[in-house]
Design a protein around this ligand. Structure first.
Ligand SMILES: [Zn+2]
Length: 217
């Protein structure tokens, strides 16, 4: 049995109850006159349930942050970040990024990505648009700094791609691009829209699920 240190709250109640709160802490509510032995007896009885519940909670992994002060993901690969006030722009050195300051971290990375990755992303959009025969419907491809959307598409044919798309594995970038391009024909998430996505990205359901692992914040 793993040692579980419960938080015991005694009050004017009749029975002993055990709960696990959202922080994964075991909370025992007991009558004021309950002895430690009474409580540990209930804890032993409920041990299987406690262990199972705690295990389930820990396997729900939190979202992956794509950029912190320590690292950045680029095309799904993880690179470390260091700061050097002598620098004026973001530079990439063998396997790490050197940035001028923590304060403008995102601004520096954004301009680096805009310069180095955006042309590739744009080329990919054009390539898929040609395959999907919607290239004539695109009026503009832009990089967005949205904190809620990976991409968007409006009725004027503007495709906006989040700058953090550069951080995602390439397969997920493709899914997002195909998703947005499919909106050029269907401005909604109807079954017709999804079947269009599926035609050009058969594994879209898995991609949707994988995308949830990454935080845009
Ligand atoms: Zn959509």
């Amino acid at each position: 049995m793993d040692a579980v240190k419960p938080n015991i709250i005694r009050s004017n109640r009749r029975t002993i109850s055990i709960q696990i709160n959202s922080q994964g802490q075991v909370v025992v509510r007991a009558p004021s006159r309950a002895s430690d032995r009474d409580i540990s007896k209930v804890l032993t009885e409920k041990n299987d349930w406690i262990q199972k519940t705690l295990q389930k909670m820990s396997s729900k992994s939190p979202q992956i942050k794509l950029i912190t002060n320590q690292y950045i993901y680029i095309q799904g690969g993880k690179f470390s970040i260091t700061f050097d006030p002598e620098k004026t722009t973001a530079t990439f050195k063998t396997d790490s990024f050197v940035l001028p300051s923590k304060g403008y971290r995102d601004d520096h990375l954004h301009s680096y990505i805009k310069q180095k990755f955006f042309p590739h992303l744009k080329a990919k959009v054009v390539k898929f648009a040609q395959q999907m025969e919607v290239d004539s419907k695109i009026s503009k491809i832009r990089l967005s700094k949205a904190t809620t959307n990976w991409g968007s598409c409006n009725s004027k044919g503007t495709i906006s791609l989040n700058w953090k798309l550069a951080c995602l594995p390439k397969g997920l970038q493709d899914y997002i691009i195909i998703h947005e391009l499919s909106h050029l024909d269907h401005m909604n998430h109807s079954p017709a829209f999804w079947s269009r996505v599926e035609r050009f990205f058969p594994d879209y359901k898995l991609a949707k699920k994988k995308l949830k692992q990454f935080s845009l914040k």
